[in-house]
Design a protein around this ligand. Structure first.
Ligand code: CMP
Length: 445
């Protein structure tokens, strides 16, 4: 049984779609130039038939009811398929050209029906791969515009407008027809190629109407895209103006003003301007927990006492993390002070230093953590800690930590033992027992 959501099935869908696009290129060309069915075309038709029949079978098998699985929704999916898309797939799979021996040039037109799956595939692709909607729309538009231009050029040739009657060179004729199509669709219309009879004029009217429509669509989309980009930039500029006005009103020295503005620039550049808590708040409880654990998985893996903890405990703890951005050279832990929080480094560098800041014990980065000793063992801070550059930290308050631990007494014991052992190691290291002053984030305990 082929799972409808499997990667294999997805790859097969795209393969069938590519084959359908090839048919959408070949069939109109054959009709336009009135080319009789050659051996190559016959081979292509045979290939199309094989793929489309196989697709029909795959579609049926994927929707087959699992034997014994009562109430399976697959039964209704199969019924829905049989009442709808089945006929589209069936008609597209009929090898009319081969059956009729290529009597009519229109034999392969039924193949184009397969393109009707495009909107569904498009939705599926977007759902699975989370591509940017604007980018995705652009890609779909380019594809549709190319196929439509090709069909229009072929229609123009079929009506005798592509110079096919004048030139024996098919490529020449095709390029001329495509040139007419693009100039007409783009509403440029140089007037060097004009319709000569009634059918061509009627055809040109439709192409011009389609051209105006698609031109409007492109302009609206591009304008919307630029407006959106400008909107964000305009908002940022307004914010900077507001901050500068405020700083000037408060007579803040220029150097400090520069630091404030630099902070905002860093905020926007680092994409940290998302209102993380607001976005998370809107999600349902279970999904939010999953997302939070996923976002902080690198931190969790690095913290020894969390490495062995159960999923429930981690989820409860991670929920209490509060993001905080610090500017360069900020001392956020001071030696000797009581410790009411610990910090996880999301990005940037921090230094564990002596009280006067002269001696650097350790430099830490993404995924490391500090401040757990005073918080867990209820003792003064063993060192000072400062930022090197801009840092994104996650703060865990002691009150939150203890609240979570209330529900997990065995974890409380485990954490205290682990942290005592770490403190002993740090003490030995500080007193020169081992000579090692490296980061503590990765050490095995
Ligand atoms: P705490 O004592 O709460 O506050 C200072 C933090 O710096 C401490 O917890 C440890 O997380 C960290 N720390 C202290 N000494 C060292 C060291 N020698 N090497 C690495 N980290 C340290």
């Amino acid at each position: 049984m082929i799972a409808p959501e499997s990667r294999c099935r997805e790859a097969w869908n795209y393969f069938v779609f590519i084959v359908a696009v090839l048919a959408a290129v070949e069939v109109p060309l054959r009709i336009a130039f009135g080319i009789s069915v050659s051996a190559i075309a016959r081979g292509f038709e045979a290939g199309l038939t094989t793929v489309f029949v196989a697709d029909l079978v795959v579609n049926l098998v994927t929707r087959l009811k699992v034997p014994g699985a009562s109430g399976s929704p697959q039964g209704s999916t199969l019924r829905r398929y049989l009442c709808g898309w089945f006929f589209v797939d069936l008609i597209a799979a009929i090898p009319i050209t081969l059956v009729t021996g290529g009597v009519s040039h229109w034999g392969g037109i039924n193949r184009l029906l397969k393109l009707a799956h495009f909107p569904r595939l498009q939705r599926e692709w977007q759902r699975r791969h989370m591509m940017h909607p604007s980018l995705f729309r652009l890609f779909a538009f380019i594809l549709l515009a190319s196929v439509f231009s090709h069909w229009t050029a072929c229609g123009w040739i079929w009506l005798g407008g592509g110079g096919a009657s004048r030139s024996p060179d098919l490529l020449d004729a095709y390029v001329e027809a495509l040139y007419w199509t693009i100039t007409t669709l783009a509403t440029v219309g140089y007037g060097d190629i004009t319709p000569q009879d009634m059918p061509q004029r009627i055809f040109a009217i439709f192409v011009m109407i389609a051209g105006v429509g698609s031109y409007g669509y492109i302009i609206a989309n591009v304008a919307g895209f630029i407006a959106n980009m400008d909107l964000i930039r305009a908002q940022q500029k307004r914010k900077i103006d507001e901050v500068i006005s405020f700083l000037n009103y408060r007579s803040v020295p220029l150097a400090m003003q520069r630091r404030v503005i630099e902070f905002y620039r860093h905020l926007w550049e680092s994409d940290a301007c998302w209102n993380e808590s607001k976005i998370l708040e809107e999600l349902p409880e279970s999904l939010r927990s999953e997302l939070e654990v996923f976002m902080h998985r690198a931190l969790i893996r690095k913290v020894p006492f969390l490495r062995d903890a159960g999923a429930d405990f981690i989820a409860a703890l991670v929920r209490k993390l509060r993001p905080s951005m610090l500017i360069p050279n900020t001392c956020f832990i001071r030696k000797g002070e009581p410790g009411d929080s610990m910090y996880f480094v999301g990005s940037g560098l921090i230094e564990v230093v002596s009280e006067d800041g002269a001696e650097v014990y350790a430099t830490m980065g993404e995924g490391d953590f500090v401040g757990e000793m005073a918080m867990v063992l209820d003792r003064p801070r063993t060192a000072s800690v400062r930022t090197v550059g801009y840092c994104d930290l996650y703060v865990l308050e002691k009150s939150d930590f203890l609240k979570v631990l209330e529900g997990y007494p065995e974890m409380k014991k485990h954490i205290e033992t682990t942290t005592h052992a770490r403190l002993e190691r740090v003490r030995k290291r500080d007193t020169g027992d081992t000579g090692d002053t490296g980061g503590i984030g990765d050490e095995a305990l």
